[in-house]
Design a binder for this molecule. Structure first.
Ligand code: BGC
Length: 256
């Protein structure tokens, strides 16, 4: 099924992990893709080749999402690449593991500037394009289960994702008259480079798995399937929502 025929999608932070899986999934369903990362490397080159092999167009644009100027020119160049933009997947994100009392201003800024500020102004640039060109744009934000549940030692990360929950609800309401939909996807524990230190720590991993009713980690493809749904017309009546992809982690409770 080609749900994204004649559509162009920008996926931020798509060199690896969930972003790469989203880019491939949207391309497999017909979209031309703007890939993004801070630097084009062999992973980006490989993705371009894979997308081209699917019969779609792909270009990689370097940009640092934590810098507003960089993110707004990314959106402008993405629009230029194939003449328009229909779908924005705000995937780029960072997390830092620190005791709350040891978080520096630089740690805080990096997380907030990437996960919230860059996303905010990138979305603003995309929305201006959609309104000016009467495009029924779709925004899918990569949030986290931590827009809802706590994550001790990741205070700025939780603050950024909690803010993203409200931003999405607010934008969904404000942009509905323009036929622009905005939703969040909230992955739980997914095997990706963002949590490689956890994945390499057997004890921590066992504790985490014990907390997940499905007793396994998710894959980037599990997340990409929901992103594709939300970006597609199948979700035409869905806006301002968060879809959890977490094997049951968020609302897990059991009496021993
Ligand atoms: C974080 C992961 C974490 C998972 C479940 C995600 O948002 O990026 O590091 O393992 O939430 O807590």
């Amino acid at each position: 099924m080609e749900r994204f025929k004649n559509k162009v999608a920008l996926v931020t932070g798509s060199s690896q992990g969930i972003g790469a899986a989203c880019a491939l999934r949207l391309a497999a369903e017909g979209a031309d893709i703007i890939l993004n990362g801070r630097k084009l490397d062999e992973r980006g080159e490989k993705l371009i080749a894979e997308i081209k092999a699917l019969g779609r167009r792909a270009v990689f644009l370097e940009a640092d999402i934590s810098q507003v100027e960089s993110v707004t020119s990314l959106v402008a160049n993405a629009i230029k690449a194939y003449g328009k933009l229909d779908i924005l997947v705000n995937n780029a994100g960072v997390e830092k593991n620190h005791n709350f009392w040891e978080v520096t201003e630089a740690d805080f800024d990096l997380v907030m500037d990437t996960n919230l500020k860059g996303l905010f102004f990138g979305t603003q640039a995309f929305v201006k394009h959609c309104i000016a060109n009467k495009i029924a744009g779709v925004v899918v934000n990569m949030s986290s289960v931590h827009e809802e549940i706590v994550f001790p030692h990741f205070a700025p990360y939780c603050a950024s994702k909690g803010a993203l929950k409200m931003l999405t609800r607010n934008l969904a309401t404000e942009l509905a008259p323009f036929n622009i939909r905005v939703n969040n996807v909230a992955p739980g524990a997914i095997a990706t480079p963002i949590n490689k230190s956890l994945l390499n720590d057997k004890e921590k991993l066992a504790k985490l798995l014990d907390n997940i009713p499905m007793k396994k980690l998710g894959t980037p493809e599990d997340v990409a399937g929901i992103v594709a749904f939300l970006a597609s017309d199948d979700a035409r009546y869905v806006t301002g929502s968060t879809y959890f992809v977490d094997g049951g982690l968020t609302y897990h409770y059991e009496e021993q």
